[in-house]
Ligand binder design. Sequence first.
Ligand SMILES: [Zn+2]
Ligand SMILES: [Zn+2]
Ligand SMILES: [Zn+2]
Length: 161
Amino acid sequence: MEQRIDRIKKQLHSQSYKLTPQREATVRVLLENEKDHLSAEDVYLLVKEKAPEIGLATVYRTLELLNELEVVDKINFGDGVSRYDLRKEGADHFHHHLVCIECGSVDEIQDDLLGDVEKVVERDWQFKIKDHRLTFHGICYRCQDKHETKQDADHEITEVH
Ligand SMILES: [Zn+2]
Ligand SMILES: [Zn+2]
Ligand SMILES: [Zn+2]
């Protein structure tokens, strides 16, 4: 955790930003809840436990700054809520998400899996892929265990850029 904070601090410094105590509290909350996909309000409530004086606007500005510096990615799973997701260190492209339409859980796939698709897109559209967002909507294994029902899962690819 301390090493990652240190690297994020350096990343901010290289863009002439300081890791102020309030920014650091926000980064810590993101690291401690790395598996979750927190909204700005979720982050705010957790940061407030560490730094009671902090305001929502400050947390919001910090999240936007971290997004600009590509420390976090801003994602939306179709419910109109922006969520902040830490970028995995060393990953070229953003990880994929499995969103359960029954229980709302969000699982992550860290393997890119898109090598062949990317080759076709780059070849046939002469498009240089920098990143992508892939969200699968379906029923998670936990819910399948619950009812043992089978339904067709649909998927969508949003925002390839
Ligand atoms: Zn994620
Ligand atoms: Zn990829
Ligand atoms: Zn589920």
